[in-house]
Design a protein around this ligand. Sequence first.
Ligand code: GRF
Length: 207
Amino acid sequence: MLKIGVLVSGGGTNLQAIIDAIDAGKINGEIVAVVSNRKDAYALERAKKHNIETAWISKKQFVSFDEYEDALIDYFKAKNVGLVIFAGFMVILTSKFADAFKNKIINIHPSLIPSFCGKGFYGLKVHEAALAKGVKVTGATVHFVDSEADTGPIILQKAVEVKEGDTPEILQKRVMEQAEWVIFPEAVRLFAEEKLVVENNIVRRVD
Ligand code: GRF
């Protein structure tokens, strides 16, 4: 069974969607650890409620970013993790981490990449930018993680309508409910069933 490690920074609703999908028997895998860079992330409480091991590993605990990344790599390698999930993880790691788990890291981003993504586009800022541009459709993207922010091969995307009078908060909620919590567990399911192949930066589904 696929061993999954999760990195989080915040509330953990995407982590919850994956826990629920595993509990419902939809994903052939188990979460072996949830690691947060923030001690107070509510995502850690969600993991504890499901008896999942948690850890706080922060760059503050190390003299260099390099050592911080080594610690994360060592932690997940020791647990024989075959998939690392960034579930609202707000730290941008380098190619060192990406290479250690090549094509084995997936991230969820709350827009239709390549719109509103990359450095500086996180949290509500993504939805503020979408509203400022006046797009009529936005959505979410699940992608493999490479050495840059939000540039890796796209696994799944789902569009969500932008409505008259939306605030960033309202739009964020709709994108989470209609897209993120749907496509994230689905991408993990496909990965666990070895149905995703990456060729020339493009993800192909094999059945
Ligand atoms: C989500 O919008 C996700 O797309 C983004 O960060 C947010 C995390 O929310 N990467 P949560 O912690 O999963 O509730």
